[in-house]
Structure formats: structure tokens, C-alpha cells
Design a protein. Sequence first.
Length: 412
Amino acid sequence: MKNNSLRLMQIFDEYERRFAKARFEKQFNVPTDLDQKQKILDGVKRMLCFDEKLVPTISNVNVQKQRDLGSYIEYQVTYQTWKDVYGSSTVMITKSNKPTPLVFIVCGHGNKGRLTESYTLMAHRLAKSGLSVIVPDNIGQGDREFMGHWNVVSPFNGGLTLQGLIVAETIALIRAAKVHPAFDGDNICACGNSGGGTLTLFLSALAPELKAISSSGYPSEFVGLLSKEKSHCACNLLNGCVYGPEMWEIFSLFAPKPLLLSQGWFDNLIPIEIAKRNARKVSQIYSSINAEQNFKFELTATKHPWAEEDRILISNFLCKAVNVEPCTDVDEQAIINMLGDGSITFPDSAVDVDRLVYNLTGIETPKNMKLQDIILPTYNGEAIDPSTIDCNFNGDDVMRIFAQMEYSLKTK
């Protein structure tokens, strides 16, 4: 047992050194010319295993519930993305005789998906300011929980990533909204926190349709996040991200358009010093192209989830980006009191992530397959024999943690 513990220490130490080596070897580039921007964009697609062919077409839109809330109407909507894949969104459309600006609120890991209170409060705040809003459930979250999310491995077995699928589906929604007659296609924005911060990071590179973005509770550095000795959600696993573009480089692709990065002082998931360093680098890129007025970094006296202070900051920023006066007398408790049940149901034919991946790739994933069966953890260049280590050290699935690290460190 003592030998097993020592070997476990040695393996962790080698992964630490591999992460440090990757950072040491990373070349500094200023992403302001077209060649560098293309290199970053290619790196983003690689870490997401993203291909334009993955982006589905939105079809079979169906309103399941609706409420007239005075100046806007709230809809609970279902639709199809890929074959037999059903999505769900809360849609709030401002009553107007002309197309209105639109904000996508992209969700993190709130326990009710799009119906999580903090996202819903943001949606109503924006709607009361005269903006239309779409709040989609990500794959495997909210009403789509049956699809699988946190521990799915089929995307990686099929040469994809879960985050790449989420990004592709969100891009499809943005493109559908851009041509919808209710929305002003030139004034579409997005905001997201935590897992939504991850999604807005990648939308900043892959969704040029967006006019402004607010990203919080995630912007920092891949090395710091993916070297954590913890089990990550599958949506946070990115192919070779440590050798790809860093977050500040990805956000820089959005310049010179309006970008807000924010962080809670008391957020215990994202180290504030790293969030500030990321923001400093993005700020310097904006300054280098004389667009410093379009970038903001703000610290709020909040924790990881959005609180009212965050919602006020972000909604004011987005309203300014689309030249709309923000509503200043929002009563959040009154909104909570009138929320109601927005949940919806799907047809029996709706498929899960495993079937989606099979339909896209033709690769079937065995039911009991684990991440470490797909991405083999290594030590000294050789696969680790699980019998030689304590695989459940401190209650953690150590082999999964090593597989996550191995995936982040992929070079091919």
C-alpha cells in the first residue's frame, strides 16, 4: 500500500511538470493580424473538435406554454436540432411594431437548467428593459437532463467533445434568431456565467453574429482549471487545450466589439488573481487597436452564481451595447413570486447524447465505458496500471482525473 501511495505521488508530480512544461514552451503572440487570428481560431476548433458540418438546422419549433406579461410575452418552446434531438428554450419577446434587440442567456450548471432562478431573473430584467431574450437548456441540462451531461463519455469516444456539441447547437439557435422577424439581427448579444462563461468564451470566437458578449465565472486560464485535482464535468473537457490558445487569446478574437468580463470577489471556483491576469491581457489587446472603450472588467461583491449586483452590471452593459435604456426599478422578489412552472416535455422518440454521437459519427459507445478507457492516463510515456495505485484516493476517481489531464495535454 505504501508503494502504491508513493507511485500515486510520482504520477501526480509528472502531470504537474507536464502542465508546467506546456506553459513554458508556449510562444507569445499578439493576436491582432489575420494570420495570428486564424491560428487562434484553428486552435479553438481543435480543442472543441468542432467542424462547421456539426452545426444543425433548427426545425419543428413548437410553443408549449405562453404567458402575456404586459410589455412582453414569455414562451416555453421546443424544437429539433439534429435528428431526433429536441431542445428547449424560454423565449421572451418584447411587444413592438419593429424587430427588437435580442440577448441569449446561456446557462451554466444551475440545478433547474434554464429555469434556474438566477437566469430567469436576468431574463425578466432584460425583458423589462425592452430586449427580447432566449434562454436555452444546454444538452443534458434542465428539461433535457435525460440526455446525459456530467459523466457522458460518448462524445470523446466518437472524436468529439460535449462542449463542441453545445457550441454547435447554440450557434444554430443564434443563426435561426438572426433571420427571425421578431428580432433585430444586427443587435444580438450573449451573456453567461460559470458553464455559460465557458460557452460565451467559445462564442466570442465562433459566433460573429453577436454584437456584444458578457462572460463571467469562468474567464481565467486553461492550465489552472484543467490541472485541478478534481473530477470535471464533461462539458469542461477540451482536447489539448493546454497547448492551444489561452482564454485571453480567444476573447481577443472578439475585439473591437463590446466585451464585459466580470468576476465575484468571493468566487471560490475561479482564482481572482488569474481572472484579473486574463482580463489584463484582453484589455491590452483592445488598447492596442484603440478599442479600449469597448472592453470592461468588473469585480463584484458576489460569489460564484449571479447575484442581483451581477445582473444589474451585465444588463446595463448589454443595454448600452444595443442603445436601449435599462430598466432601473426591477423588483426581483416580485418576479420570483410570479415565475410559475415553465417545464416542458419531449416526444418519446427524443434521443440521448450517446445516440446523438452514434448518429453523427457511426461510433457506438459501450454503456459502462469510462473516460479513462478512452483517454489512457500515462506515466513515463506508458499506460498506468490501475492495480499499482490507490484509484479512489480521498474518495476521488484518480484514474478519471488523470484521463482529464491527459486529454488536456494532448498534442495530436
